[in-house]
Ligand binder design. Structure first.
Ligand SMILES: *[C@@H]1O[C@H](CO)[C@@H](O)[C@H](O)[C@H]1NC(C)=O
Length: 230
């Protein structure tokens, strides 16, 4: 009797192993369901992953390779050289030196950071909502992670896109030192619009506004000098 039970149990476990193996094989061979029609044009970046460890569809280039590719593009280089010319004009005004501590707010992918570094400015910081290492770190322009008065010059080309322009400007003024400089570049505009922007600066005096050509666009450059203690 015991022997019969033993044989029965052996058979049962064999059957169970067979069923489990077949189920696994079936799961393995069955292609996953997708909602992409079979005849749609191939989109390599949308390829359905074969498993959770399948990282092939995502093209993750190493950072330095990605940067090298970006920085060697024509568009990047012409933009950087245009910005270098622009900052040369700021330097010619006596507002920028190699030893100046410079902050670029809303620095995008870092064109102005590279332009300033190329000119020989040693201490340049770029911030943007999305970081682009190594040129640009992540920070909210409305809430800059810097102490008061640590920069000699704060530059932005993106005041117009700011969600809260007054807050944006007050953070620029806060982080620049007394008697430091804020430089803003906006789309070419008339005196009334310049006045509106100048009025956002509560602790600075107006140095000047000038029409400039930047990355092939006609822009207006506004320079303010910070006056914190009067
Ligand atoms: C600033 O740095 C650049 C690059 O290193 C150099 O060519 C230039 O002479 C420097 N300017 C001054 C005033 O030292």
């Amino acid at each position: 009797m015991d022997r019969h039970i033993e044989i029965f149990l052996k058979r049962l476990s064999f059957a169970a192993i067979t069923i489990a193996t077949l189920t696994l094989l079936l799961l393995f061979l069955q292609t996953p369901q997708t909602c992409i029609p079979p005849n749609s044009p191939p989109k390599p970046h949308l390829k359905f992953p074969k498993s959770s460890c399948d990282f092939s569809p995502r093209e993750l280039l190493p950072l330095d390779k990605k940067n090298r590719r970006l920085w060697s593009s024509k568009a990047w280089q012409s933009r950087v050289s245009s910005l270098s010319q622009f900052f040369t004009s700021i330097r010619d005004l006596g507002l920028l030196h190699n030893h100046s501590k410079v902050l670029c707010v809303s620095a995008g992918a870092g064109h102005e950071v590279m332009a300033l570094s190329n000119l020989g400015v040693l201490d340049v910081t770029g911030v943007e909502l999305i970081d682009s290492p190594p040129l640009v770190s992540r920070a909210d322009p409305h809430n800059l992670p810097f102490f008061d008065g640590v920069f000699d010059l704060v530059y932005t080309g993106h005041l117009e896109e700011a969600l809260f322009p007054a807050r944006f400007v007050s953070e620029m003024e806060r982080t620049v030192r007394d008697n430091g400089v804020c430089v803003v570049v906006v789309e070419e505009c008339g005196n009334d619009e310049v006045r509106k922007i100048v009025d956002l600066f509560r602790h600075s005096s107006f140095v000047g506004a000038a029409k400039v050509s930047l990355i092939g666009l006609r822009m207006t450059r506004i320079v303010m000098r910070t006056r914190k203690f009067n």
